[in-house]
Design a protein around this ligand. Structure first.
Ligand code: CAA
Length: 380
């Protein structure tokens, strides 16, 4: 296992960096403040191949590896974590879930549009009473022969108001517990499917998060993903890959906050010299650089595990647990290094601090990652 990037991976990382600087940076403060989701940016990211990074070119994707995916995620997140979460959910939960476990018809129908940025997708697992405890699904999908009827509520759904394709997890047979859960494709506009209020969030405010309501939503049987009862495993397997994306997002937030702090420390003077000439600041930068490098190695390791066909349940949980901790800790330090300027929006680091928090919550809280990791280490 080595971390030497190929020429192609370096090219794609540089393209993502360029895109982040030229397209995401202008307007990022306003999008955050006004909670603006940008369809235009999604289209541009689609044109660059960022919405279907790992999707097979035969379904309109970029056919890149997971390593390229995390490189792109890091670069986008260094500037705009709201944009990168759309990319992460679309790529690793929706496209990957469909490509890996969908039927040929489902792949042909949905992947080209999702991979091009024409459409965007959402992953609907969380409920008012089923966040971490994901097997306790209240949403039901009753089997009616050639179709299912879905009823229930989903909460905190990323891309919730803007998607055309929703992967919905629901209970079909309560007696079977998690083996009675299924995953379904619900298209926007299906009768009875309503998009509820948009959440007013602490961070990633430029992303679109909604409650969704399903009232007697009739969907054809061919919209089920996988065998009957596969839904919970579908969610778990898909989320393992999703956690690599969010770990890369957290890494990018930390790295973005660090890069701005380093730059600021060379410009800002106090007591007659640049602030990085004071050990108090130099040591903070040293710790940031070290922790970010450690997080990067864990993120790369998880991506490589996936690319090599190794099990990545544990490495993705470790990468997310650690990178999100580093993002939170060092985005706070970045504000501290910036002093009063860190507390105002123009310097960006207060946004990184607010955006960092969600990486410890979504796609499995840090406590859930510790459950996954501790079960793995205690197994032997
Ligand atoms: N791969 C395959 N199967 C898996 C699996 C995995 N990674 N993890 C668990 N399973 C299987 C188990 O083997 C078990 O199956 P069997 O009975 O056949 O052996 C079944 O799933 C149930 O597993 P557990 O007994 O371990 O279930 P549990 O109730 O103890 O829960 C959990 C496990 C890890 C805590 C899980 O509930 C979990 O991950 N919770 C967090 C959910 C989450 O991440 N939500 C995020 C929402 S999505 C989101 O945030 C997207 C967004 O918009 C950004």
């Amino acid at each position: 296992m080595h971390f030497n990037l190929s020429e192609e991976q370096i090219m794609v990382r540089d393209a993502a960096r360029e895109f982040a600087q030229t397209e995401l940076l202008p307007g990022v403060i306003e999008r955050d403040e006004l909670q603006q989701f940008s369809d235009n940016l999604v289209k541009k990211m689609g044109a660059l191949g960022f919405m279907g990074i790992m999707v097979d070119p035969k379904y309109g994707g970029s056919g890149m590896d997971t390593m390229s995916y995390v490189l792109i995620m890091e670069e986008l997140s260094k500037v705009d974590a709201s944009a990168s979460v759309m990319v992460s959910v679309n790529n690793s939960l929706v496209c990957y879930g469909l490509e890996q476990y969908g039927t040929e018809e489902q792949k042909e129908k949905y992947l080209p549009k999702l991979a091009s940025g024409e459409w965007i997708g959402a992953f609907c697992l969380s409920e008012p009473e089923a966040g971490s405890d994901a097997t306790s699904q209240s949403t039901t999908a009753i089997d009616k022969g050639d179709h299912y009827i879905i009823n229930g509520t989903k909460n905190w759904i990323t891309n919730g108001g803007r998607s055309q394709v929703y992967l919905v997890i629901a209970q079909t047979d309560r007696d079977k517990g998690h083996k009675g859960i299924n995953a379904f494709i619900v298209e926007r506009g299906t009768s009875g499917f309503e998009i509820g209020p948009k959440e007013n969030k602490l961070g990633i405010r430029g992303s679109d998060t909604h409650t969704l309501q399903f009232n007697d939503v009739k969907i054809p049987k061919e919209n089920r993903i996988g065998e009957d009862g596969f839904g919970f495993k579908f969610a778990m397997k898909t989320l393992s890959g999703g956690r690599i994306g969010i770990a890369a997002q957290a890494l990018g937030i930390a790295a973005g906050a660090y890069e701005l702090s380093l730059k600021y420390s060379k410009e800002r003077k106090a007591f007659g010299k640049e602030i990085n000439k004071h050990q108090a600041i130099a040591f903070k930068l040293a710790e940031m650089a070290t922790d970010i490098e450690a997080a990067r190695l864990l993120v790369y390791k998880a991506a490589l595990d996936k690319d090599l066909g190794n099990n990545y349940d544990t490495s993705s949980a470790m990468a997310k647990l650690y990178a999100s901790k580093v993002a939170m800790q060092h985005s706070v330090e970045a504000v501290q290094i910036h002093g009063g300027n860190g507390f105002v929006k123009d310097y960006h680091v207060e946004r990184f601090m607010r955006d960092a928090k969600i990486t410890q919550i979504y796609e499995g809280t840090s406590e859930i990652q510790k459950i996954v990791i501790s079960r793995a280490v205690l197994k032997d």
